[in-house]
Design a binder for this molecule. Structure first.
Ligand SMILES: NC(=O)c1ccc[n+]([C@@H]2O[C@H](COP(=O)([O-])OP(=O)(O)OC[C@H]3O[C@@H](n4cnc5c(N)ncnc54)[C@H](O)[C@@H]3O)[C@@H](O)[C@H]2O)c1
Length: 372
């Protein structure tokens, strides 16, 4: 049912949808599913630019035919963005050019999508005469390559010399230091999102995410490495490692990430204008080598590795200090990485008709060793 607003434009009567940009993508589709399950109407805005994500959208629509609607359009389309945001109750902004590698090839396109696209959304919300929360997916890349963090090298991982960093990880007080066009574009968007709270009172919050993994991830060599490693291993293909494989990340299951976004939205009055580091934290810190060992345990055979040069801006060590997010967003302890990765292996094997390949996952969830 439609009516018109003061300018003669049609407006929806009744419930206002939640806008999820990039809602066909990995994190966006998991969040959209959760919102729909909670009874919200969800408008997915996505250009379907990432290969394979159309299947996520089809999955969402088949699960929630009454709740999920979609606009296939580009975040660079200012008018399209404004139309999609016009009736939104809240906005979760995930649409992005997501790969550092691509940003080095086409930096202007990366800028247009990540900075201008975000500005289109912010402007649409600033011009609304009601306060509409916006939650933004930022990245740990805003802290640069952390080259000043002194590291020790063990057999299979980098470990910080500083016991405080080792125990807690990298906090939000770390100075911003954008590296690579992707780091610059996401970092600029991150700052615009925070400033729209400061300058205009738009209720926004920023999640600086480390590595998120889980079902519906179309992992490739360029982005989504946990899923990518599992897919290659399950299919018996070799895996390229850039650098020495000792680089460490804190991985977080997408179910926990979704919980954090929802929690920030519910508490937006208290957390607006704030940024949170969101990852698995020190308990879920794992090097590429350690993750690969776990993958080998899960599939029951060794994987072929090919080592290449380090990639630009690659952090040797990044682990989020999640204490602010845990405290202020009242988050439960995250799913342990071995359990989550085993579940993802089973999901990927099922999706790809490789049943039986990942069954050891259930049998040996504690097979890999802990980080030293
Ligand atoms: N996955 C992670 O570990 C991680 C870590 C840090 C930050 N992030 C950020 O989280 C967000 C979601 O990441 P993801 O892993 O779900 O990625 P994803 O690639 O699965 O999702 C991004 C979605 O955006 C869409 N998209 C791309 N360009 C678009 C455009 N020009 N207009 C409209 N839609 C467009 C894609 O089709 C895709 O569905 C991104 O902003 C990313 O930078 C992700």
């Amino acid at each position: 049912m439609t009516a018109s607003d003061g300018l003669g434009r049609p407006v929806l009567l009744g419930r206002r949808p939640i806008l999820v940009t990039g809602g066909a993508g990995f994190i966006g589709s998991n969040l959209a599913d959760r919102l729909a399950r909670e009874g919200h109407d969800v408008l997915v805005y996505d250009a379907l630019a990432r290969p394979g994500v159309e299947s996520n959208l089809a999955w969402l629509k088949s699960r929630h035919p009454q709740r999920i609607s979609s606009v296939v359009a580009d975040i660079r389309d200012e008018r399209g963005v404004a139309d999609a945001a016009r009736d939104a109750e809240a906005v979760f902004h995930f649409a992005a050019q997501v790969a550092v590698t691509t940003s080095l090839v086409t930096p202007r396109e990366d800028f247009d999508i990540n900075v201008q696209g975000t500005l289109h959304l912010l402007e649409a919300l600033r011009k609304r005469n009601r306060l509409v929360p916006l939650l933004f997916a930022s990245t740990n890349k805003v802290y640069g390559d952390l080259g000043d963090v002194q590291l020790e090298e063990t057999n299979d991982a980098y470990v910080p010399r500083d016991p405080a960093i080792r125990a807690r990880g990298i906090g939000e007080d770390r100075p911003l230091d954008f590296h690579t066009p992707y780091g610059c574009s996401k970092g600029a968007a991150d700052q615009y999102v925070l400033d729209y709270a400061r300058s205009f009172g738009v209720p926004t919050a920023v999640m600086r995410m480390s590595c998120i993994y889980g079902p519906r991830q179309m992992g490739t060599e360029d982005q989504g490495w946990v899923a990518h490693f599992l897919i290659r291993a399950l299919e018996g293909e070799p895996i390229s490692i850039y650098g020495d494989g000792r680089q460490v990340r804190d991985v977080l299951n997408v179910a926990d990430a979704v919980e954090a976004y929802l929690s920030a939205w519910r508490r937006i009055d208290a957390v607006q204008g704030r940024a949170f580091n969101l990852g698995g934290g020190p308990a879920n810190a794992v090097s590429l080598r350690q993750l690969l060992r776990h993958v080998e345990d899960l599939i029951g055979r060794p994987v072929d590795l090919a080592f290449s040069d380090w990639r630009a801006g690659d952090q040797r060590y990044y682990v989020s200090d999640t204490s602010r997010a845990a405290r202020e967003l009242e988050l439960r302890p995250p799913i342990p990485w071995r359990t989550g990765v085993a579940a993802l292996a089973r999901w990927l094997a099922d999706e790809r008709g490789l049943k039986g390949q990942a069954t050891r996952a259930a049998a040996r969830p504690q097979a890999a060793e802990a980080l030293p």
